[in-house]
Write a new protein. Structure first.
Length: 345
């Protein structure tokens, strides 16, 4: 799997990164869960940590929090080596794979236990409950909380130590779109206070809107690190082309391939669209070549991958559903003469 963008955390200034790792590796017997991961998480950013189920996100987070010893590699969190996790953990707030609380105790009481353990003033409890929108339910037993309320209580617990770095593992798991939007707004407000937020998800679309920086892993490997814009720019542009006569589709595919470009067909009959791996700079030439062979093109449009497609492409897990959506998106009926247009979705 190619590395699409190199780790970048400012102009090579380790002190501007909240988290840096080099060759971070974790093996469980023969299974390599995290494989030579080089991370560079810019300080003060919201960084998304994205990858499909089993990619190695939680394992990485556990190593960063001193909960698991790396098999190989090194790193720093807030400037301290991973081996000295006791030096930085007081400044790190974490939520890992769904919080668990004592069901008979209220949210307030659960946080009070954690505050006592962490030597944190109890005045902080009301502050963090308010912060996550649980101010009015803080004294109800947590067994009466909805899933979204439990997730928010988990974030409140992570915020107790007034952390410089907040590490949230799948905080939107199981939430509806409204709950996800609420968490996103919360993350934004935490970052606006100068905190670094490192948030994992197996769904890029859930967190990309709020992330300045993205780390994508698959099978324990880093496959992308950089901005959302860089991720999109890293995908090659394509042309969606339609012929006036459905009978010309196969001839068009052959013509495109003869000129060294890949071509695939989606849809059938009048709905058939040929996707050509070329930028719009080749559209005029394609139009002339097709005309010279007696084919009339009624639609040529440049399109770039959506973020979801880029994610599926680099993690190699494109679904039928996303292919279908992509096909539908380029099927715009037109009887106009051939034209080149930008399709950005
Ligand atoms: N304690 C363990 N013992 C053995 N294998 C483990 C252990 N923890 C994780 N793994 C394996 O490591 C790989 C990565 O798991 P991990 O939980 O880090 O993935 P993830 O990206 O967090 O996935 P998800 O999105 O499902 O939470 C998986 O193959 C998993 O089975
Ligand atoms: Mg996980």
């Amino acid at each position: 799997m190619p590395l699409l963008a190199h780790a970048s955390c400012g102009p090579r200034m380790p002190e501007s990164c909240a988290v840096v790792t080099t060759g971070l590796t974790k093996r469980f017997g023969h299974r390599v869960a995290v494989d030579s991961l080089d991370l560079a998480i810019p300080e003060g950013s919201i960084s998304g940590f994205v990858g499909p189920n089993g990619a190695g996100k939680t394992t990485t987070i556990r190593m960063l929090l001193g909960l698991m010893r790396p098999t190989a590699g090194s790193g720093t969190v807030l400037g301290y080596p991973l081996s000295q996790y006791k030096s930085y953990l007081a400044k790190v707030g974490a939520l890992i794979e769904g919080p668990t609380f004592h069901p008979a105790l209220s949210g307030w009481d659960n946080l009070a236990v954690l505050a006592r353990l962490g030597g944190i003033a109890s005045a902080r409890i009301a502050e963090v409950l308010d912060r996550v929108g649980l101010g009015d339910r803080g004294h109800d037993p947590t067994r009466t909380y909805s899933l979204g309320m439990r997730q928010r209580l988990g974030i409140a617990a992570a915020m107790l130590p007034d952390p410089a770095l907040l590490v949230l593992d799948e905080p939107t798991n199981g939430l509806d779109p409204h709950g996800i939007a609420e968490i996103r707004a919360m993350l934004r407000s935490f970052a606006d206070e100068g905190r670094t937020v490192f948030v994992s998800s197996h769904l890029l679309t859930e967190i990309q809107q709020v992330c300045e920086h993205l780390v994508v892993i698959e099978g324990g490997h880093l496959v992308f690190q950089g901005s959302v814009a860089q991720l999109l720019a890293s995908r090659a542009p394509e042309l969606a082309v339609r012929t006036e006569s459905p009978d010309d589709v196969d001839r068009l595919v052959a013509l495109v391939r003869r000129h060294g470009h890949a071509a695939t067909v989606s849809g059938r009959g009048a709905e058939a669209t040929v996707t050509v791996s070329a930028s719009c700079g080749w559209a005029g030439e394609l139009n002339r070549l097709a005309m010279a062979e007696g084919m009339t093109l009624v639609h040529i449009a440049e399109r770039h991958s959506t973020l979801e497609e880029a994610f599926f492409e680099i993690t190699g897990s494109c679904t039928e559903e996303s292919r279908e959506r992509r096909t539908q998106a380029v099927h715009t009926e037109t009887s106009d003469p051939p034209k080149v247009e930008e399709h950005t979705r």
